[in-house]
Design a protein around this ligand. Sequence first.
Ligand code: ADP
Ligand code: MG
Length: 245
Amino acid sequence: MSEFASGTLSARNIHLSFGSNHVLRGIDLHVPQGTTASVIGPSGSGKSTLLRVMNRLIEPDQGDILLDGRSVLKDNPDELRRRIGMVFQQFNLFPHKTVVENVSLALRKLRKLSKEEAQAEALEQLDLVGLKHKADSRPANLSGGQQQRVAIARALAMKPEVMFFDEATSALDPELVKGVLALMADLAKGGMTMVVVTHEMGFSRNVSDAVTFMDAGVVVESGPPEQLFTEPKTDRLKGFLSDVL
Ligand code: ADP
Ligand code: MG
């Protein structure tokens, strides 16, 4: 039994255009409860847009999004965003608030906890990411890796059923990447359902349960990491892997 209240997430035949730019061209993604899906592919292939559609920051032109087998497209989008935690490349912490305030803010606003309850829960989450001792610091006084761990703690504090990571380590100095990836790997092992857009092929290969390779708005190949990394079927994936590995 997982320690997380995780859900099964599916995107079905998602289409989205920005003006005449048909960015997502019929994407299918199925992420069973408690598994980690990594999404890889060249810049501009639509990975970030897919995450944004799946948590309804953007409405798809066509297709459906299901959580635990139920379409969420008619629900209040805020409700879905509470069920899906999101971590971005840029940590988006509030610079003038302390670390613990950054984590407790949404708990007060969205989960309507009292100040004391929110503070206690925020400290608990910070402890889980190894940063309780930084609770009263400002983000600027933390390393990039620590700031990203605070952003992860902030997302986890909402008790999401699914976590999205969009190139969460791309803005970090190389020596700080490992700590954040280790935390993400711990979450994956703990049974969190995750969708991880990443350039970290080591994470994709060794941690994720399934890999989806996107190019130009379509899923070109998907399957177990061993299959995609050792027996890529398409020239597009072969070319991508030879560029990044
Ligand atoms: P990736 O994350 O794989 O690098 P994106 O999803 O960011 O790719 O972008 C896919 C395509 O959609 C690109 O052509 C990009 O220019 C375009 N795009 C992304 N966001 C917007 C937007 N808000 N408005 C218009 N075009 C966008
Ligand atoms: Mg992107």
